[in-house]
Unconditional design. Sequence first.
Length: 158
Amino acid sequence: MLFFQVLGSALFGVFRYSGRSDRLEHWAFSFLTAVSVLALVIFRDISGIPYTGGIFLGLFFGAIWLLLAHIALFVRRLHDQGRSGLFMLIPFTALTVFVTGWLGKSGYIMFETALFVDWGYLIQRVGQSLIIISITMLTSVFIGEGDNHENKYGDPVF
């Protein structure tokens, strides 16, 4: 695939969770996202335009669109290696445990407050450990090659 075909496939495949995506599509889209965000931050710092009103809404919906595009691309990347898209639940579960511990430790959870204040630090540390484990496990998805043969998610991407 050419670079611009890769970017178009990722941007317009936001709601396409079937099929497969190769490493080039993943890394090109991640690079484009990082450069775009950096350019927006630099432009905002130079121009001094505040994030209010329509600008904030535009950035918010753009961020949501990019998040959905990355999730769909990651699911297709998992498919390229013959794995289910449900592997996406691993980092989200770890993040949920971490945030629950942090909120409990800080006293923001009003249900069983004493329990969360006492054990929130431990829950937060368990969440951090799960995040590290999930990042380690899923790193192979980002850098590993996909199946060279047809798998249950489709033909290989060339």
